[in-house]
Design a protein. Structure first.
Length: 264
């Protein structure tokens, strides 16, 4: 069984963050491990509180995981502040973690801030260089490239702009902008570079809480299982589409995905 680690925040309503990642990993037949960075008091309508874990305790959790059950892949989600980012980066380097997927979580679907403003630079300089893949949504990609993204062409330009200072692969998720849900992948690895579009039909379901978390966790599981980047992303996108199409409708806001869709 492949072992996959999620480094992320807890979502009390179970739709995003650590909880979405564990559900995704189990559905992929992976063994799920977690390093919790923050607790959020959150539900489908908003984020109502954040309690940070001390950076030393984040390190303590990482030591326990890496010295005992070495993960085949690592997914990083909500990291919240510069001190936590610094702790994570130091430990991932120390243990030479592999197959790192970084979802640069900044703002929740419901609008709550999930990364402090002064941490964006740390995310860029400390965590991004360690990642094999980053998975920004449109607003996050805009923040990383410095210009507005309004079209498919802009998504390609943004990926190339980010690639000017980042050596790994970049998946820009189109969920926020278009009639369609097309995602753009710029692969950069030892073999060279390649551009791949993943066309997606927009599913008419407003319950999209946790789509980004789920996608990045699923990619990590697929990489852990040995899939090449293109295949890992394609399979993960199919998983998110299936979990959205199952039409679970929980809560009063943007509800969570149905991770049990393959069981029925
Ligand atoms: N309504 C939808 N129908 C189909 N796919 C969607 C829909 N909304 C988002 N997606 C897909 O879900 C994944 C997460 O995208 P997105 O919602 O943009 O990220 P985030 O949750 O980080 O904001 C992407 O693969 C995107 O194309
Ligand atoms: C703990 C945590 N991590 C990540 C997200 C982002 O997920 P989404 O963009 O789907 O709301 C979230 N809402 N909460």
């Amino acid at each position: 069984m492949k072992k996959v680690l999620s480094i992320a925040g807890s979502d009390s309503s179970g739709g995003a963050g650590i909880q979405a990642d564990i559900k995704t990993m189990i559905a992929h037949g992976s063994y799920a491990m977690t390093v919790i960075t923050v607790l959020t008091a959150q539900n489908t309508t908003g984020v109502y509180g954040i309690s940070e874990v001390a950076p030393e305790f984040v390190e303590n959790q990482l030591d326990c995981v890496f010295t005992d059950i070495f993960p085949d892949a690592v997914k990083i989600g909500m990291v919240y502040n510069a001190a936590i980012i610094h702790s994570i980066a130091g430990k991932l380097k120390q243990y030479q973690a592999r197959n790192i997927v970084l979802d640069p979580v900044m703002v929740a679907t419901s609008g709550g801030r999930l990364l402090s403003d002064d941490s964006i630079e740390s995310l860029k300089t400390e965590l991004m260089p360690l990642a094999d893949l980053i998975t920004p949504n449109i607003p996050e990609a805009e923040c990383l490239c410095g210009f507005g993204i309004h079209s498919r062409l802009d998504m390609v330009r943004a990926a190339k702009e980010i690639a000017a200072t980042y050596a790994g692969s970049i998946l820009i998720k189109g969920g926020h902008l278009f009639e369609s849900a097309d995602d753009f992948l710029l692969i950069q690895d030892r073999k060279g570079s390649e551009e791949v579009w993943f066309p997606g039909t927009k599913i008419d379901n407003p319950n999209t809480h946790g789509t980004g978390c789920t996608l990045s966790a699923a990619i990590a599981c697929n990489l852990a299982a040995g899939a090449e980047m293109k295949v890992a992303v394609k399979k993960a996108k199919d998983y998110v589409s299936g979990a959205l199409a199952a039409n679970l409708d929980l809560g009063q806001g943007s509800g969570p995905l149905d991770h049990g869709f393959q069981l029925t």
